[in-house]
Design a protein around this ligand. Structure first.
Ligand code: AVJ
Ligand code: FE
Length: 443
């Protein structure tokens, strides 16, 4: 039985690696060499850099660390080390051509699959192999870059090259005008995890957090609600803004979410090469933390803390345990959450009845990343693994935590404990938010 479970875990890792590679290919095969080596935004790498970086990380972690060999191309480590060259400077690097990058990542993958099919070599760190962690980590890494590449697609100009069916319609009666809120009573819950095999270091260890009673938006804040903030002069009213946010809004002359345009009396936006009317009932996205924070203050509320978000998403009041996902411990599927670039937009607010949490909140997983009030830091008992540069170097340096994943997040890189982070000025990611308020009293 132990052998069968070990076999299943390896097959799951193989499937995750192969799914990631199909997506990487789909995001890059549709563009010519010029588009792959161009820098579509100073915030992003050329897609050809992401492509070879994906293979380089796999070379480092699967071929070398897990496989115990010298690797396919250790000479490429410098060019593809994210820390040695900031994104804006990457076009000047001696990068592999897209063709050479494709050939490199395919060679690495062949070697990685040999490692996956063999027992751990002597000398390799056994912790890398626990629950096949290292394979899950590399699959998550590739999927995270795939989401970043999807954001680059959104930033690029030119004709549309991606397509996908629309997400499901809402199943609740909420409209863009007014959504309800759900109540989460006071009490402790288990935050983070010590037993999810592919959880990354920053999600560990499990620990108890006492959370005061609060109310949370049932669904993410919609475009329609955000339009009312704009129409009410929200961007021009210092009262709603964090001081740093106010300075940023004025300097960057922000007046609407990224990609929005005023067109006569209505708003349009550019979305993956098409222009459309902004749909009022869809979760707002491409707002930075400062905009989310200001909207919340304008509406008399605040952003939820990270602990509040996770308690709403995971705490089961009947058992007192934390679930892996809002709906339970079962894997995500297309009826529960909008993940995996299955659609190229968030579903309307009120969709995914089957994905609701015990508290009643919807769409916590998928659709849009949700900004929280919290700064990114390590949990009590945090240990960097397997490398400090994944999480630890970003702790306590002004990064805000985002939760829940977006339509562009693969399920391998999304769960109730998964933590994402970014600077409070960032708008190109698929991020929105929901708001909360303390509800006072013991309950
Ligand atoms: C966790 C999404 C912030 O893309 O910067 C990719 C993930 N780390 N390669 C990022 C990551 C190293 C990371 N985020
Ligand atoms: Fe990376």
């Amino acid at each position: 039985a132990a052998d069968a479970a070990a076999h299943d875990s390896r097959e799951r890792a193989r499937a995750a690696l192969e799914r990631a590679r199909r997506r990487t290919a789909a995001l890059t095969d549709c563009l010519d060499e010029g588009e792959l080596t161009a820098q579509h935004s100073k915030l992003m790498s050329p897609l050809a850099w992401d492509l070879a970086h994906i293979g380089n990380q796999e070379d480092i972690w699967l071929v070398r660390a897990a496989g115990g060999s010298d690797g396919v191309r250790p000479d490429l480590d410098t060019v593809y080390d994210a820390f040695q060259t900031p994104r804006a400077d990457r076009p000047g690097l001696p990068m592999l051509s897209p063709e050479a990058a494709r050939e490199y990542i395919a060679r690495v993958r062949d070697r990685a699959l040999e490692v996956l099919g063999s027992p751990a070599p002597d000398g390799a760190d056994p912790a890398l192999f626990e629950g096949d962690f290292v394979f899950g980590m590399v699959a998550q890494h590739e999927q995270q870059h795939d989401e970043t590449m999807l954001a680059t697609h959104q930033l690029r100009r030119g004709p549309a090259v991606l397509d996908a069916p629309d997400p499901p319609a809402p199943t609740s009666r909420a409209t863009d005008e007014r959504h309800g809120e759900v109540h989460v009573p006071a009490g402790p819950f288990t935050m983070g995890t010590s037993d999810e095999p592919w959880a990354l270091d920053n999600e560990r260890p499990a620990h108890t957090v006492d959370v005061a009673a609060f109310d949370l938006d049932e669904v993410p804040v919609t475009n329609g609600a955000f339009m009312r903030f704009i129409e009410d002069g929200g961007y021009r009213d210092e009262r709603w803004w964090h001081p740093d946010g106010w300075a940023y809004v004025r300097k960057a002359e922000l007046g609407a979410p990224l990609f929005w345009r005023r067109d006569g009396g209505s708003w349009t936006r550019r979305r993956f090469g098409y222009v459309e009317r902004v749909p009022p009932n869809e979760p707002v996205m491409h707002v930075c933390w400062y905009e989310a924070d200001a909207f919340a203050r304008w509406s008399g509320r605040r952003l939820p803390t990270e602990a509040e978000w996770e308690k709403a998403a995971r705490h089961d009041p009947e058992t007192g345990e934390s679930r892996r996902f809002p709906w339970g411990d079962g894997e995500p599927d297309e009826g529960r959450a909008n993940l995996g670039q299955r659609h190229l937009r968030p579903a309307p607010a009120g969709a995914y009845h089957a994905g609701a949490a015990p508290c009643g909140a919807r769409q916590l997983i998928g659709d849009v990343w949700e900004w929280t009030a919290s700064e990114f830091t390590g949990y009590p008992g945090f240990t960097a693994f397997p490398y400090r540069e994944y999480s630890e170097v970003f702790f306590d340096s002004g990064y805000k935590v985002l939760r829940g994943g977006s339509f562009g997040t693969d399920e391998v890189a999304c769960r109730g404990t998964f933590r994402n982070w970014d600077l409070p000025v960032r708008r190109q990611i698929f991020a929105g938010f929901r708001t909360a308020r303390s509800s006072g009293g013991a309950d």
